[in-house]
Design a protein around this ligand. Structure first.
Ligand SMILES: [Zn+2]
Length: 270
């Protein structure tokens, strides 16, 4: 599933090729995504694309006609192809640009979405309640500490809540809690400020590294072949049940927390 680093990598991959471009035509082959693609999406024809931004796992494409949002769902990808590239199964949407390239949306499971964003995208109902960006100025250990007071639920579920902070998916949650030495089932309200500062730093390190790593796959976003450029991460604990902990050597433990697989070291995480 595309996570925040993949979405940011997508943004960086497509931005230089679509910003400033005029939309030549729009082809919607299948409009039934998580929400229907707007009936008037073809009206983008003739509009100029100003810029592509990201908020959480949403891409915001600003044009001089209307702005639109795209979410990649479980299996979506957005890439640039040459205009004469034949479309494949699950290539649901093409935005043809005046430079001859097509921005092509592919999504086998169709949990993604393409919708108008309104005049102020940040105020859109899908975006307005999102917590801070993990790599932005509003995110800190103090923020996590303040948000968590009185919360009895597991800290792992707490940091995966997009109203607390965006972008900490299931895999990243295990990795970040390991780095910060915090047991995933500890009650969020029972973690102190210093430990939340370590956790905030771990979140920034893990997501920052993933984005840096994603940079090496950028060419995949302007290539018509192969898989989308989602990258295999170097993972410390996730998926490594029974393997030695990289810190102390005792076997990595796995347990389902909040219906999601979690990996942690019982010795190093308290
Ligand atoms: Zn350990």
């Amino acid at each position: 599933m595309p996570e925040l680093p993949e979405v940011e990598t997508t943004r960086r991959g497509i931005a230089p090729h679509i910003e400033g471009q005029l939309v030549d035509s729009v082809v919607v082959r299948r409009d039934q995504l998580r929400y229907p693609v707007p009936k008037d999406f073809e009206q983008l024809m003739g509009a100029r694309i100003h810029c592509v931004e990201r908020r959480g796992k949403y891409l915001i494409v600003n044009t001089d006609y209307k702005h639109w949002l795209c979410h990649l769902g479980m299996s979506g990808s957005l890439r640039l192809v040459d205009g004469d590239t034949p479309y494949k199964k699950h290539d649901h949407l093409d935005i043809a640009l005046a430079n001859g390239r097509h921005l092509r949306y592919h999504d086998p499971r169709r949990f993604g979405l393409v919708v108008w964003a309104g005049t102020t995208p940040q105020a859109h109902p899908l975006l307005c309640k999102l917590g801070p960006e993990p790599l932005g100025h509003h995110f800190s250990g103090e923020h996590l500490y303040a948000k968590s007071r009185g919360r009895k639920g597991a800290v792992k579920n707490f940091i995966m809540d997009s109203q607390v902070v965006v972008g900490v998916g299931n895999i990243y949650a295990s990795e970040c809690l390991f780095l910060a030495g915090i047991h995933p089932k500890r009650a969020a309200g029972r973690v102190g400020l210093a430990r939340y500062q370590a956790l905030a730093q771990a979140i920034q390190t893990v997501l920052g590294d993933a984005i840096t790593q994603g940079g090496t796959t950028l060419r995949d976003f302007v290539n018509s072949d192969g898989q989308p450029g989602y990258f295999a991460q170097q993972l410390r604990v996730y998926g490594r049940a029974q393997e030695p902990c990289p810190q102390c050597g005792s076997p990595i433990h796995t347990q389902v927390i909040g219906q999601r697989s979690s990996y942690f070291c019982k010795q190093c995480q308290r």
